[in-house]
Design a binder for this molecule. Structure first.
Ligand code: GDP
Ligand code: ADP
Length: 298
């Protein structure tokens, strides 16, 4: 049997391509943590579950400096306190080191804790283009038991949008009257442009009938609902990664470059506020994410 052997330079080239790809993937993961698309705990869980993956191969030093507000000085003090050597990789941490790091992370970056037994009023918010509208539409089509609130807006209808179904399209004066008469549970100017608000009465009626209600609104609205109805469940929809969020925004093709850049800057701030929410749902697959939100609405 003749064995065909590849020249060593071919193997070297392949190895170097793999190294570059792994480095790129590690950089993307660090960016996701820095942008708060994934929590530090999530990255650690991935590293420990797959020590051979790019997450597992990440040095503890790289990991710590990717965390919000951790510079090199703080990093070294943390490593000393946790008794972890700076040359360690995440996938190679010992049991005691994992436990110490996990405890430190939970104190420093607490993950939202599910708060069961809350009302059936569910707020779905999240950064631009994460898929809030898509997930809400899927819930409307597949979970008729959940009432999807129809907002009032001063934005003009887009082709195909039906008054009373997608939105109640009103002018500025009519919107003012809704605000003055207290007809809105919350309202806000979104993307610096048009006003949007949630009619209070249909929600109160549905909740009184024992139905679940879903509001797909922006972060300012979510905060007002929290203040007005502290028992509401606040759900934050997350993209699988920052790159995927950008990809969806570009792919939707509804904004020009300048508006996209502005929305992404807002998205960064919105992602940083996810700790105010009770639940986080990753919109990796629309049907799966919608099912998760529908379950929370029960
Ligand atoms: N506060 C608040 N935000 C809303 C309401 N209805 C829709 N929004 C938000 O307004 C934003 C713009 O929605 P829309 O005009 O449908 O445009 P698109 O998101 O670019 O398709 C989205 O972030 C919605 O979540 C509402 O009643 N109150
Ligand atoms: N799970 C998903 N996977 C891939 N693409 C998605 C997913 N969810 C939504 N999208 C796409 O992302 C874009 C933004 O979704 P959209 O519902 O308009 O976002 P939002 O309402 O949060 O601004 C749309 O083009 C939509 O088709």
């Amino acid at each position: 049997m003749t064995e065909t052997r590849r020249p060593p330079e071919v193997d070297r080239a392949a190895a170097s391509r793999r190294a570059v790809a792994a480095r790129r993937e590690r950089a993307a993961l660090k960016h996701d943590v820095a942008m708060r698309v994934i929590t530090p705990q999530e990255l650690l869980r991935r590293a420990l579950a797959h020590p051979e993956s790019p997450a597992g191969a990440m040095r503890i030093t790289e990991y710590l400096t990717a965390l919000p507000a951790i510079g090199e000085g703080k990093r070294d003090r943390i490593l000393a306190a946790l008794e972890i050597s700076p040359v360690k990789r995440l996938g190679g941490l010992g049991a005691r080191q994992r436990a110490a790091l996990a405890q430190w992370l939970d104190e420093r970056f607490p993950e939202p804790v599910a708060r069961p037994g809350r009302s059936r009023l569910v707020v779905l918010a999240g950064p631009t283009a994460v898929g809030k509208g898509t997930v809400a539409a899927h819930i409307r089509d597949h979970h008729p038991e959940i009432m999807l609130s129809v907002s009032a807006t001063t934005r003009p209808p887009r082709p195909g949008e039906v008054d009373g179904e997608h939105y109640y399209f009103v002018d500025d004066d009519a919107f003012d009257r809704l605000v003055e008469t207290g007809a809105l549970l919350e309202h806000a100017t979104v993307h610096n442009k048009y006003r949007y608000g949630t009619p209070r009465e249909p929600i109160e009626r549905a909740l009184a009938d024992g139905r679940s209600v879903l509001l797909e609104i922006d972060l300012q609205g979510a905060r007002q609902v929290r203040a007005a109805a502290p028992d509401a469940k606040l759900v934050f929809l997350l993209p699988p990664s920052w790159d995927e969020l950008v990809h969806r925004l570009v792919g939707r093709g509804t904004e020009g470059e300048e508006e996209r850049a502005r929305r992404l800057r807002t998205a960064k701030h919105e992602l940083a506020s996810q700790g105010e929410f009770d639940y986080r749902v990753v919109n990796d697959d629309v049907a799966r994410a919608a099912a998760e939100v529908a379950t929370l609405a029960r």
